[in-house]
Write a new protein. Sequence first.
Length: 193
Amino acid sequence: MSVIDKCDKLMTHVCAVFRQFCPMPKLSKEGYKITIGGFHNSDASKFDYTNCLKMVLMLFDVRLSEFDYDDQIAEGEIVITDMGNMGWRHFMKAIAHLITAKFYMEFLQDAAPIKIVQAHILNPSGLVHKMFTIFRPFMKQELLDVFHFHPNGIESLYDYVPRELLPKELGGSDEFSMEDIRLTYIKKMEENR
Protein backbone atom coordinates (compact mmCIF):
# COMPACT_ATOMS: atom_id res chain seq x y z
CA MET A 1 0.00 0.00 0.00
CA SER A 2 1.40 3.40 -0.99
CA VAL A 3 1.86 6.29 1.42
CA ILE A 4 -0.98 8.14 -0.31
CA ASP A 5 -3.31 5.15 0.07
CA LYS A 6 -2.37 4.85 3.76
CA CYS A 7 -3.07 8.55 4.25
CA ASP A 8 -6.46 8.24 2.50
CA LYS A 9 -7.37 5.28 4.68
CA LEU A 10 -6.29 7.15 7.81
CA MET A 11 -8.31 10.26 6.87
CA THR A 12 -11.43 8.23 6.08
CA HIS A 13 -11.17 6.24 9.29
CA VAL A 14 -10.48 9.18 11.59
CA CYS A 15 -13.04 11.49 10.02
CA ALA A 16 -15.76 8.90 10.64
CA VAL A 17 -15.45 9.49 14.39
CA PHE A 18 -13.49 12.59 15.25
CA ARG A 19 -14.33 16.09 14.05
CA GLN A 20 -10.72 17.03 14.24
CA PHE A 21 -9.08 20.35 13.96
CA CYS A 22 -11.42 22.99 12.61
CA PRO A 23 -9.61 26.36 12.82
CA MET A 24 -12.08 29.22 12.68
CA PRO A 25 -11.56 31.72 9.86
CA LYS A 26 -11.11 34.84 12.03
CA LEU A 27 -8.89 35.77 14.96
CA SER A 28 -10.26 37.09 18.24
CA LYS A 29 -9.70 40.75 19.11
CA GLU A 30 -6.66 39.62 21.17
CA GLY A 31 -5.24 37.94 18.05
CA TYR A 32 -6.03 34.35 19.13
CA LYS A 33 -6.87 31.53 16.74
CA ILE A 34 -9.90 29.47 17.75
CA THR A 35 -9.76 25.77 16.91
CA ILE A 36 -12.64 23.37 17.48
CA GLY A 37 -12.61 19.60 17.62
CA GLY A 38 -14.35 16.71 19.28
CA PHE A 39 -16.32 13.55 18.69
CA HIS A 40 -19.14 13.74 16.19
CA ASN A 41 -19.86 10.02 16.18
CA SER A 42 -20.48 7.92 19.27
CA ASP A 43 -19.43 4.68 17.50
CA ALA A 44 -16.28 3.74 19.41
CA SER A 45 -15.51 0.79 17.13
CA LYS A 46 -14.15 3.31 14.61
CA PHE A 47 -12.14 5.33 17.14
CA ASP A 48 -8.35 5.02 17.06
CA TYR A 49 -6.63 7.42 19.46
CA THR A 50 -3.22 7.22 17.80
CA ASN A 51 -4.62 7.83 14.33
CA CYS A 52 -6.66 10.77 15.62
CA LEU A 53 -3.47 12.35 16.95
CA LYS A 54 -1.67 11.70 13.65
CA MET A 55 -4.48 13.38 11.75
CA VAL A 56 -4.53 16.37 14.10
CA LEU A 57 -0.77 16.82 13.71
CA MET A 58 -0.94 16.57 9.90
CA LEU A 59 -3.71 19.15 9.73
CA PHE A 60 -1.86 21.28 12.27
CA ASP A 61 1.18 21.33 9.94
CA VAL A 62 -1.01 22.54 7.07
CA ARG A 63 -2.55 25.23 9.24
CA LEU A 64 0.87 26.51 10.32
CA SER A 65 2.02 26.78 6.72
CA GLU A 66 -0.29 29.76 6.11
CA PHE A 67 -1.19 33.06 7.69
CA ASP A 68 -3.95 32.69 10.25
CA TYR A 69 -6.02 35.62 9.02
CA ASP A 70 -5.45 38.59 6.75
CA ASP A 71 -1.60 38.34 6.75
CA GLN A 72 -1.49 37.84 10.54
CA ILE A 73 -0.08 35.08 12.70
CA ALA A 74 -2.02 34.23 15.84
CA GLU A 75 -0.74 35.41 19.22
CA GLY A 76 -2.13 32.30 20.88
CA GLU A 77 -4.61 29.45 20.56
CA ILE A 78 -8.06 28.88 21.99
CA VAL A 79 -8.90 25.18 21.76
CA ILE A 80 -12.52 24.05 22.11
CA THR A 81 -13.27 20.32 22.33
CA ASP A 82 -16.79 18.88 22.38
CA MET A 83 -16.75 15.61 24.32
CA GLY A 84 -20.52 15.04 24.17
CA ASN A 85 -20.33 11.81 22.16
CA MET A 86 -17.47 10.27 24.12
CA GLY A 87 -18.43 6.96 25.71
CA TRP A 88 -16.81 4.30 27.87
CA ARG A 89 -15.23 2.47 24.89
CA HIS A 90 -13.63 5.71 23.61
CA PHE A 91 -12.22 6.22 27.10
CA MET A 92 -10.75 2.71 27.26
CA LYS A 93 -9.15 3.08 23.83
CA ALA A 94 -7.61 6.43 24.78
CA ILE A 95 -6.11 5.29 28.08
CA ALA A 96 -4.70 2.19 26.38
CA HIS A 97 -2.26 4.60 24.70
CA LEU A 98 -0.81 6.43 27.69
CA ILE A 99 2.69 6.49 26.19
CA THR A 100 1.34 8.13 23.03
CA ALA A 101 -0.58 10.64 25.17
CA LYS A 102 2.57 11.41 27.14
CA PHE A 103 4.59 12.07 23.96
CA TYR A 104 1.77 14.21 22.53
CA MET A 105 1.60 16.30 25.72
CA GLU A 106 5.38 16.76 25.68
CA PHE A 107 5.22 17.88 22.06
CA LEU A 108 2.30 20.22 22.70
CA GLN A 109 3.97 21.86 25.69
CA ASP A 110 7.64 21.87 24.68
CA ALA A 111 7.89 21.72 20.89
CA ALA A 112 4.71 22.89 19.17
CA PRO A 113 5.04 26.44 17.81
CA ILE A 114 1.85 27.58 19.51
CA LYS A 115 0.79 28.94 22.87
CA ILE A 116 -2.50 27.61 24.21
CA VAL A 117 -4.14 30.47 26.09
CA GLN A 118 -7.51 28.78 26.69
CA ALA A 119 -8.74 25.19 26.47
CA HIS A 120 -12.48 24.63 26.73
CA ILE A 121 -14.10 21.22 27.22
CA LEU A 122 -17.78 21.15 26.22
CA ASN A 123 -20.17 18.51 27.56
CA PRO A 124 -17.68 16.71 29.80
CA SER A 125 -19.00 13.52 31.34
CA GLY A 126 -17.56 11.72 34.34
CA LEU A 127 -15.43 9.75 31.87
CA VAL A 128 -13.84 12.94 30.58
CA HIS A 129 -12.93 13.95 34.11
CA LYS A 130 -11.42 10.48 34.72
CA MET A 131 -9.40 10.73 31.50
CA PHE A 132 -8.26 14.23 32.45
CA THR A 133 -7.14 12.89 35.84
CA ILE A 134 -5.15 10.11 34.15
CA PHE A 135 -3.47 12.49 31.65
CA ARG A 136 -2.92 15.23 34.25
CA PRO A 137 0.58 14.02 35.30
CA PHE A 138 1.74 14.65 31.71
CA MET A 139 0.66 18.31 31.82
CA LYS A 140 2.56 21.24 33.24
CA GLN A 141 0.73 23.56 35.62
CA GLU A 142 0.88 26.28 32.96
CA LEU A 143 -1.30 24.12 30.68
CA LEU A 144 -3.60 22.93 33.46
CA ASP A 145 -4.38 26.54 34.36
CA VAL A 146 -5.93 27.30 30.96
CA PHE A 147 -8.59 24.55 31.09
CA HIS A 148 -12.27 25.46 31.47
CA PHE A 149 -15.03 22.85 31.68
CA HIS A 150 -18.56 23.62 30.46
CA PRO A 151 -20.85 20.83 31.74
CA ASN A 152 -24.14 22.75 31.54
CA GLY A 153 -24.30 23.66 27.88
CA ILE A 154 -22.57 26.11 25.65
CA GLU A 155 -23.77 29.39 27.17
CA SER A 156 -20.83 29.63 29.58
CA LEU A 157 -18.41 29.36 26.62
CA TYR A 158 -19.64 32.75 25.37
CA ASP A 159 -18.15 34.37 28.48
CA TYR A 160 -14.71 33.52 27.03
CA VAL A 161 -15.21 33.36 23.26
CA PRO A 162 -17.37 35.81 21.29
CA ARG A 163 -20.31 34.02 19.71
CA GLU A 164 -19.73 35.65 16.30
CA LEU A 165 -16.32 33.92 16.03
CA LEU A 166 -17.87 30.47 16.44
CA PRO A 167 -19.46 28.32 13.72
CA LYS A 168 -23.19 27.90 13.40
CA GLU A 169 -23.02 24.48 15.12
CA LEU A 170 -21.98 26.26 18.32
CA GLY A 171 -24.55 29.03 18.05
CA GLY A 172 -22.27 31.38 16.14
CA SER A 173 -22.14 32.85 12.67
CA ASP A 174 -24.18 31.37 9.83
CA GLU A 175 -21.29 32.32 7.52
CA PHE A 176 -19.35 29.12 8.20
CA SER A 177 -19.75 25.60 9.52
CA MET A 178 -17.28 23.21 11.12
CA GLU A 179 -17.90 20.67 8.37
CA ASP A 180 -17.00 23.19 5.64
CA ILE A 181 -13.81 24.17 7.50
CA ARG A 182 -12.88 20.53 8.13
CA LEU A 183 -13.30 19.67 4.44
CA THR A 184 -11.27 22.75 3.44
CA TYR A 185 -8.36 21.64 5.64
CA ILE A 186 -8.52 18.05 4.43
CA LYS A 187 -8.34 19.35 0.85
CA LYS A 188 -5.35 21.56 1.79
CA MET A 189 -3.66 18.57 3.37
CA GLU A 190 -4.17 16.52 0.21
CA GLU A 191 -2.74 19.38 -1.89
CA ASN A 192 0.37 19.54 0.34
CA ARG A 193 1.26 15.85 0.30
